[in-house]
Every structure is written in structure tokens, then in C-alpha cells.
Write a protein that binds this ligand. Structure first.
Ligand code: SF4
Length: 374
């Protein structure tokens, strides 16, 4: 497994809670950015060293904002530069307000076979508050259009854990989602990220985060309702119909190599080197145009302890857990007392050489994992 990620950091407006690197769209800037991306693609042809990338993911920002010709241009550049004959999944993140029959047709022609649609809620007042650019009816319609166009692998995103989301509304959201029956569901708890508009609301006292008890109950309701509807949870925030797990995202949790292209994109060599591009469109484009591309890249070589912690952190995100035989034995010996303790409290299940966090404790998984870090 190996993946290519392309970051398209343009949005037509900003959502209340968002802290992803993105900027307001502008056609001229977009053109320069796409040219820079094409240059970076050609610079990175040797990144995989014999491994064939099998997934492509276009994320953002709002990749669906781009014209289909621009998406095709990027797709063609990737095909011309990399050997992607083993491609198994090509995902595009899309916002409901961008989805039209014409765009859907263009995306299919560009080879995209999976859509990840940011629905977030089926309650219009929440969508307005979140500054989303679509009402719920538009999301439902967009999903149906995508189905009619021929997309048979669609993921929908929902958000829970924010002030004002009642338990009835949360159940309603999940019912609406399961009625559409997407192949995949991603669900995130709303968090207050510094720099977001939501953080300012917190600072001014006009937003109060719900208690962790309320959020945990909503998470548990989600798990149960999705299971009843036929979905299997395979990661803390991800659920899929059998066999429809995201191949691209799974490669992150399996510590497989991935190449990130574009401003703020991160790459990993599958061993111990992580690198990332500067999170600024202008600096990224100017560096490539000015031929000093290497100056806008940062790199971190992971120590053996870092690698060990990362294996724990990524492995325990997966519902299937982590094989102890994949961990380096002297470091494993160091965390043995913590592991024994967590097993005795039921926070970790140990079976046939595999450790995993049980479904009922996944909501507090961060705290559990931290106890195992070196
Ligand atoms: S949540 Fe998505 S659409 Fe909204 S501002 Fe962030 S990147 Fe843009």
C-alpha cells in the first residue's frame, strides 16, 4: 500500500470550526497553484522507490470547487508521472453545493471512483450556524445525483459534540444518513481549534462546549445505530459497510508510505522520515516559481522511541488493534507494566498476540494510548 495525497487549499468561505489550511478561492491564484503542483509532481516521481501507489486522495480545502478540467489536468499529470496501474481507490472531497451532474461526469472521466461528501448535519439551523454553504436538502440531493451518475463508493461526514445538538437531533442525523446508505461514514467530535471562528466564540463566552459525558453518549449512540444499520466500525472515527473501508486512510494507520503534494501537505516514507510543505499558498508557489522549492519543506527524522509511540498511536486507532510482534521487544518490555494495568482495567483487550481498545472505550482512546507512550 502507498498513497498520493493532493492538497487543494481553496474554499469559497470558511466554516465556523475549521482550522485546516485553506484560503478563499481566486481563479488566477488557483492557476499558479496548479502549475506549481504539476512541478512538484514531476519533482517527486522517484518518491516511492519501486512501490506502486495504489490510492490517490484529493483533499482540502474544497477540491470540488475546482473546474473538472483542472481536476483532469492533475489526474493526467499523476498518470503520466507515476505508475498507477495498480490504482485501487481515487477519492475526491466534495461539498454538497459544488455537486452537479456535469461535475460528477467530469470527475468520473478523470478516474475518480470515490467521493467523500461533507454533510456534517441534516439540521438546517446547525448548518447555518456552522457556516456551511448548503442546506440539508442540497446534501441529500447531491448524494442522489452522485449515485445516479454512477458513484458506488461514497463516504459521508457528520459532526457531533457541539452545543445545541440535542440527542433527538443527533439520532435524526444518523437516521437521515443511514437512509441514504453510503458505503462509508466518518464522524468527528467538534473541537475548538485555535484560530477558528469557534475559538473566538469560546473566548467571548458565547459558545460553551458540551460536557464529555454528553459527547460520549452521542458517540455511543452513533456506534450502536450504525452497527444496527450494517456498518462496521474500523477506526475511532470511521465506519464502513463490509469491505468498503477507506484504503487511502487505512494506509496512514498502517504506516505505509504516502506522498503529500501541495501547500501544507505531509509525506511519510514508510520508515522514519516525515516531511511537509509550508502551509502558505503564496510561499509555496513563489518557491517553486523561484526555483527554491527545497526551502519550503521541513523534515523530521523519527527516533526509535517516536516510531514506537507512533505504532502504538496509529495501531490502537484501528478496531482490529495492533500485533505485539510488530513492536520492538526491549521497548515493549518497558511498557509491559502499563499494558498489564490497562488490560486489568479493561481499557485494553489482549488476545492471540493482538492488543486493541474495546468499542466501549474508543471515545477515551487518547488517554489510554498516552499511558503506553515512551
Ligand atoms: S471545513 Fe472544509 S469547506 Fe469548511 S472551511 Fe474548512 S476546509 Fe473549507
Amino acid at each position: 500500500m502507498a498513497g498520493i495525497y493532493i492538497h487543494l487549499p481553496f474554499c469559497s468561505s470558511f466554516c465556523l470550526y475549521c482550522d485546516f489550511y485553506s484560503e478563499i478561492d481566486g481563479r488566477a491564484r488557483r492557476r499558479r497553484y496548479l502549475n506549481a503542483l504539476k512541478f512538484e509532481i514531476s519533482e517527486k516521481v522517484d518518491f516511492f522507490e519501486g512501490v506502486l501507489p495504489d490510492t490517490i486522495y484529493m483533499g482540502g480545502g474544497t477540491p470540488s470547487l475546482l473546474d473538472t478540467e483542472e481536476i483532469s489536468e492533475l489526474s493526467d499529470t499523476l498518470r503520466n508521472r507515476f505508475n498507477i496501474t495498480s490504482l485501487r481507490e481515487f477519492t475526491l472531497e466534495a461539498n454538497p453545493d459544488d455537486i452537479t451532474p456535469k461535475k460528477l461526469e467530469g470527475w468520473l472521466r478523470a478516474g475518480i471512483d470515490r467521493l467523500s461528501i461533507g454533510v456534517q448535519s441534516f439540521c438546517d439551523d446547525h448548518l447555518v450556524w456552522m457556516r456551511r454553504r448548503h442546506p440539508s436538502a442540497q446534501a441529500i440531493n447531491a448524494f442522489k445525483m452522485a449515485r445516479e451518475a454512477g458513484f458506488n463508493n461514497i463516504s459521508l461526514d457528520l459532526i457531533f459534540g457541539f452545543e445545541g445538538l440535542s440527542s433527538e437531533q443527533w439520532e435524526y442525523n444518523i437516521e437521515q444518513l443511514t437512509a441514504l446508505y453510503p458505503e462509508h461514514v466518518s464522524c468527528y467530535q467538534m473541537s475548538v481549534e485555535s484560530g477558528s471562528e469557534l475559538a473566538s466564540l469560546v473566548d467571548s463566552g458565547s459558545y460553551h462546549e458540551p460536557s464529555q459525558e454528553i459527547c460520549a453518549t452521542q458517540y455511543s449512540v452513533l456506534q450502536h445505530m450504525l452497527e444496527k444499520a450494517g456498518y462496521r466500525q474500523y477506526e475511532i472515527s470511521n465506519f464502513a459497510l463490509p469491505g468498503r473501508e477507506s484504503i487511502h486512510n487505512s494506509s496512514y494507520w498502517e504506516r505505509m508510505p504516502y506522498l503529500g503534494l501541495g501547500a501544507s501537505a505531509h509525506s511519510f516514507d514508510g520508515e522514519g522520515c516525515r516531511c511537509w510543505n509550508i502551509a502558505d499558498i503564496n510561499s509555496y508557489v513563489e518557491a517553486i516559481e523561484g526555483n527554491y522549492y527545497d526551502k519550503i519543506r521541513s523534515e523530521e527524522i523519527l527516533s526509535d522511541d517516536d516510531k514506537f509511540n507512533e505504532q502504538i498511536m496509529l495501531g490502537l486507532r484501528k478496531v482490529t488493534g495492533l500485533s505485539l510482534s510488530s513492536l520492538e521487544s526491549s521497548r515493549l518490555a518497558k511498557i509491559k507494566p502499563a499494558l498489564d494495568y490497562l488490560t486489568s482495567t479493561g481499557d485494553i483487550l489482549y488476545e492471540k498476540g493482538i492488543i486493541r481498545i474495546p468499542a466501549g472505550r474508543l471515545f477515551v482512546s487518547d488517554g489510554i494510548m498516552q499511558q503506553l507512550f515512551l
